[in-house]
Design a protein around this ligand. Structure first.
Ligand code: HAM
Length: 412
């Protein structure tokens, strides 16, 4: 039997895995500058958590969850997103507030796989718990923006909107229902259900026929209460102050139920249909909804797989330094082992194969292990106290004095 990976999952090996580590390193550095600490939460949680937070009327909960029953008949779900787990962890462990956490890890959604959309995908996320100021909203948006700059990602635009709060949303809900009252037979079956459960969710519909109708629907932003409207204005002022360009997208409501006030997305023009590099927003009621005290919060999650698709790191990232030591006969093995020890002491990664093979075979091994360079050692080299250094990409070779090799490799 031939085993293949489940649809929508991927195996990530070099050079893509090098790129992934690099993206994560820059993410850690970026969020570290703003005081975020890492949090690890379980990859599966009680299903109920996602029903209460992500929302029972969302596409994620109604269509995309990987839910299973464990041996004790509990209903568990592979996390489709990171926010509910982080909030649950904060409440359950009575973590002091304000808290700033980041996470990196796999998420699971049963979606139709295509470029940039997978069933197992990775998110890089941050959550700020316990801060209400619109300044934080702009800071959170800035963090994503700075991160994309550090990765050298261009063509990334920021879209923002406000989705209001439980105070102003009923008014909008009423206006939307009124607008759609005579259009019910023109919208799809899913939207009819959305209309009954949570009318705002109709904007998540991907069908062109529905989207056309919603183009002229009322806008949430026109129904905001004074507090939400002031908050939104302050966020836009903050973004202007920080020189962060954005556009206001009145149709963006984000596909999750917990958002209040600010909602935003990072969009890449290089991605095609799945163009959202990440998104987030404020969720001032979720902590309370999940049993904690009333606590404002905001965060985002970025799609790591999509970031890897658009980021173009330098050659040294895709091809990190690894030196393969190649020896031409058994006599040079002891000498090669000594050299390997010396290089590793100097923090230089070394690959040494202990089974003597032909030069060509050893070079092909070095290539398979993604070595950047090879050091070739024969009787001649030992006698002359030199080493032959080969650039694995170009095939160029040069002779280096034995006592200068550490410096030479360190400077590469
Ligand atoms: P989300 O918009 O559902 O938000 O997901 C955030 C990002 O994850 C998307 O913009 C996209 O880049 C990536 N993503 C989502 N689904 C897939 C997929 N199937 N394949 C590849 N990438 C995908 C959230 O998850 C919220 N928890 C964000 C948040 C944090 N809001 C507040 N705090």
């Amino acid at each position: 039997m031939k085993y293949i990976r489940p649809k929508g999952t991927r195996d990530i090996s070099p050079p893509e895995s090098f790129k992934k580590s690099w993206v994560e390193e820059i993410f850690r550095k970026t969020v570290g500058k703003y005081g975020f600490c890492e949090i690890f939460t379980p990859i599966f949680e009680h299903t109920e958590l996602f029903l209460r937070s992500t929302g029972e009327s969302t596409d994620i909960v109604t269509k995309q969850m990987y839910t299973f029953t464990d041996q004790a008949q509990r209903s568990l779900t592979l996390r489709p997103e990171g926010t509910p787990g982080v909030v649950r962890a904060i409440i359950e462990n009575s973590i002091k507030i304000p808290a700033r956490f980041f996470y990196i890890g796999p998420m699971y959604r049963y979606e139709r796989p295509q470029k940039g959309r997978y069933r197992e995908f990775y998110q890089l996320g941050i959550e700020v718990i316990g801060e209400a100021s619109p300044e934080i909203d702009t800071e959170v948006i800035e963090i994503g923006y700075q991160f994309f700059i550090s990765l050298g990602i261009q063509n990334c635009s920021i879209e923002i909107n406000s989705v209001g709060c439980p105070e102003c949303r009923p008014k909008f809900r009423y206006e939307l229902l009124d607008f759609l009252a005579d259009k019910k037979d023109q919208i799809c079956y899913d939207c009819k259900i959305r209309l009954e459960k949570n009318p705002l969710r109709v904007f998540d519909c991907k069908k062109e026929t529905c989207q056309k109708i919603y183009q002229s629907a009322p806008k949430v932003r026109n129904s905001l209460c004074r507090d939400c409207a002031n908050h939104f204005t302050a966020v836009t002022i903050g973004l202007n102050e920080r020189n962060i360009k954005y556009t206001i997208n009145d149709r963006m409501v984000r596909g999750l139920d917990y958002y209040t006030k600010t909602a935003f997305e990072y969009i890449s023009s290089k991605l095609g249909a799945q163009d959202s590099l990440g998104g987030g927003g404020r969720y001032d009621n979720l902590v309370e909804e999940l049993g904690g005290p009333k606590t404002p919060a905001i965060g985002f999650a970025l799609g790591e797989d999509r970031i890897i698709l658009v980021a173009e790191p330098s050659k040294t990232i895709i091809q990190p330094k690894l030196i393969a030591i190649i020896y031409l006969s058994k006599k040079e093995l002891a000498y090669s082992k000594e050299l390997a020890t010396e290089l590793r002491k100097a923090e230089i990664p070394v690959y040494l194969n202990y089974e003597l093979k032909k030069l060509r075979t050893q070079l092909s091994y070095a290539d398979a292990l993604k070595a950047s360079h090879a050091i070739i050692i024969g009787e001649d080299e030992i006698a002359k106290r030199v080493l032959t250094l080969r650039d694995m990409a170009s095939g160029e070779q040069q002779t280096i004095a034995r006592n200068e090799i550490v410096k030479k490799l360190t400077d590469l």
